[in-house]
Write a protein that binds this ligand. Sequence first.
Ligand code: C5P
Length: 221
Amino acid sequence: GPSAALIPAAGSGTRLGRGPKAFVEVAGQSLLARSVHALAPHVDEVLVALPAGTDLPAGLPARAIVGGETRQESVRRLLQATTAERVLVHDAARPFVPEQVVHALLEALADTGAATAALPVADTLVRAGTGQPGLDSGLWGDLVAREDLWAVQTPQAFARALLLAAHDQARSEGHAATDDAGLVARQGVRVRLVPGDARLFKVTTPGDLALAEALAAAWDG
Ligand code: C5P
């Protein structure tokens, strides 16, 4: 059946400090344009949620809607704006999308109806300790076993009806989530973890933007 890429791009980009993040350019191309061009070849339509009062840049093969107050609300609006049977949800803030990850996600989707890109955690993980008041965030607390821990990325692939049901349920319960796969898993649905890619990192801080600039040189060839 038909498929759609849903791109939440309505964030304000506060931590980056360069205006709405999706419009920030890396090596001459916006984060949004990079995500749209990466996904368009794999789906029948691309839908983008933008901040109110902004427009889709000319020439992008996509349709725009106004996003919501939260990422969760932006995705819910995107889901309501399409009748596609399968959806790929992807953060505009992750501009480098390897084609093989998209292929692997679409394959896994056929299995369970839900799949996400994710990376096994490589670093040692520690919880910040409870030291003296005011120092809590700077002290070594308990180690967290990193075996079996994965860092969740996007794209994420879903049967649209399944994700919409998970969103409706979360909304009616006032449950807030940062991630769509988590909403679906909460419904008891099995979500396949598909090997992601370090290049799928989310551009959040000015330091991330410098990293993206460096990567773009190799990526754009
Ligand atoms: O803020 P964060 O980087 O976690 O946002 C992840 C993605 O969700 C970004 O692409 C951002 O534009 C999008 N977003 C949205 N609507 C919001 C907040 C964030 O579409 N209200």
